[in-house]
Design a protein around this ligand. Sequence first.
Ligand SMILES: *Cc1c(COP(=O)(O)O)cnc(C)c1O
Length: 383
Amino acid sequence: MRFRTKQIHAGVTPDPTTGAILTPIHQSTTFVQPSVDEYMATGYSYSRSGNPTVRALEVKVATLEGGADAAAFGTGMAATNAVMMAMLNAGDHVVFSDVVYGGTYRLATQIYSRFDVEYDFVDTSDAANVAAAIRDNTKLIFTETPANPTLKLTDIAAVSEIAKSHGIPHCVDNTFLTPYYQRPFELGADLIVHSTTKYFDGHNATVGGAVISRTPELHERIKFVQNSTGTTMSPQVAWLTMQGTKTLSERLDRQSDNAMQVARFLEGHPKVLQVAYPGLESFPQHELAKKQASGFGAMGWFEVQGGVEAGKKLMGLVELWTLAENLGSVESLITHPVTMTHAAIEPAERLKVGITDGLVRISVGMEDAEDLIEDLQQALDRV
Ligand SMILES: *Cc1c(COP(=O)(O)O)cnc(C)c1O
């Protein structure tokens, strides 16, 4: 089966008792056991440990990424946390991409640091930096590509090869491109993390996350943390996410196409100092983007003439673009990372990795590109 067929059918079978075409929302805490001898005969006992609606989504996500199995979580951060908890002991060391989602940075520096987990944030756009950062106690390499918000890319195959040669699992946060455009397992990764809040849902309706494992052994470790810490996704969220996932490819194609048009417009506007979009020839890692992904995604950023003040003013002048955190939804969103998504990172650290005060992040939605461009035009003209 090919991707579009899988995104609709994987994990979903008509309900055997009613014929309902959609997987029902199994809103039940517990599942009746036929007898003591037949405990878990249905595969379910208690919804923290497993729920049929959540399971259907897990199967779908695992199938789309091409992994052995998946575990769904209450949020993307719960998914990232599960990877760290499953792979690390006190005294272990992690190599992270220097540009990661702000919450991932906070988790390492403010939570895991308290449990004596050591870490380095390195520029993973050069795989040699990963090799150089590996220590005897390194037990996890965690990269995010394209990275939020600068879009810096990591060569997944090159980092996976280094990870493999040291016997260290490589986890990729694949939230920005999803398996429709980027397939980390085929490039050698061992674990994949998603904030399903973003493109899998796609409609600004839920928060959720998933960890997909290359092997059953890795999945067992993730599943154990999911059940032990109780960070499981709820059945309603799984159901909504599942419906969103069925149109993932169509949304991404349209949103990416819109993003390319918006990026080209911004590139030609006199008040825009810099535009970053992996599909532009001017993007520093354009060749790598073409090599390791089949699409460029719908995230971009730009810097307006006039710094923070102009950036802030612009966000007040746009009418169609919505000022909000989140990304990947059908609605086009505009964000100021320094005051919003990446406020958890210290100012000096932010600057070092290119998150400047005037950076405006855009998540391009599914509206008509002409309307999105006209709105930016009127706002930029008045900045
Ligand atoms: C949003 C996001 C997360 C965190 O996901 P939540 O669902 O908000 O907890 C992790 N990684 C990336 C790249 C994200 O964009």
